[in-house]
Design a protein around this ligand. Structure first.
Ligand code: 637
Ligand code: MG
Length: 214
């Protein structure tokens, strides 16, 4: 049977990255996507913006919506302080299986909890099932029409506190117009756009950083 692109991406990680070295895993995926096959990872250019937001925030609890192959999971988890936790949600079992191996290759299993399921179902269960009160950082990178409903759901479930940061990928391409309008118009958020490019291309894209004001 034919391999899938995520499986070929995993093969490139195992071939070119060093076990236990997250930066080499990130580099191997970026190289694979530049030289072999494009894939929808946040990529190296937007990834540097992601890194700067994480290092500035130094979050203890992180939620990622949409694991895909685990590229941004590895980028974020590799920068977390010792007892910090990253919960990442992924509803495609094939992608989840690849991501688990990418995260393991990077040696970051202890910092990451990959939960299989739909964000809309799992977000209301966060506090009781995953022992999380609030998230310091949420990285949104799943289906673009889920950014807004899931943000409202996180508000309703009390998962955001004053100072919590939402960082959203692809606000220009493919675009998340309803989400963008909401966080920019709402008095409960202070939003900032970081202009960049769609991963591995010259097309404009960017990240929107929105601080929850409580
Ligand atoms: C509600 C729910 N719950 C749990 N997991 C969920 C979920 N909704 C989706 N997922 C999961 O997350 C990933 C999906 C990511 C969607 N990302 C994009 O569509 C995307 C697309 C581009 C792109 C840009 C220009 C083009 F020409 C083509 C594609 C770039 C990107 O960076 C993207 O992120 C994928 O792993 C999916 O299973
Ligand atoms: Mg994306």
């Amino acid at each position: 049977t034919q391999s899938t692109r995520p499986q070929r991406l995993l093969g490139a990680v195992k071939k070119n990255a060093t076990r236990g070295d997250p930066r080499s895993v990130v580099k191997a995926i970026d190289q694979f996507c530049r030289q072999k096959e494009w894939a929808m990872n946040v990529g190296d250019e937007k990834g540097c913006i992601l890194d700067s937001v994480v290092s500035e925030l130094n979050p203890a609890t992180v939620l990622e919506l949409g694991t895909y192959c685990g590229y941004s999971t590895v980028r974020i988890a590799s920068m977390l302080p010792p007892h910090a936790k990253l919960i990442t949600l992924e509803f495609n079992p094939d992608y989840a299986a690849v991501a688990r191996q990418v995260i393991a290759w990077a040696g970051l299993e202890d910092k990451v909890q990959l939960v299989e399921g739909a964000s809309g179902d799992l977000i209301p269960k966060m506090s009781e099932q995953f022992e999380v009160e609030t998230f310091d950082l949420v990285f949104l990178d799943h289906w673009k029409d889920r950014y807004l409903p899931d943000t409202k759901l996180m508000e309703e479930c009390g998962l955001l506190k004053k100072g919590s940061v939402l960082l959203a990928d692809n606000v220009i391409c493919p675009g998340t117009p309803e989400y963008l309008e909401y966080v920019r118009a709402s008095p409960r958020y202070e939003s900032q756009y970081f202009r960049s490019h769609l991963e591995y291309t010259k097309v404009e894209d960017g990240l929107e950083k929105s601080v929850f004001l409580g």
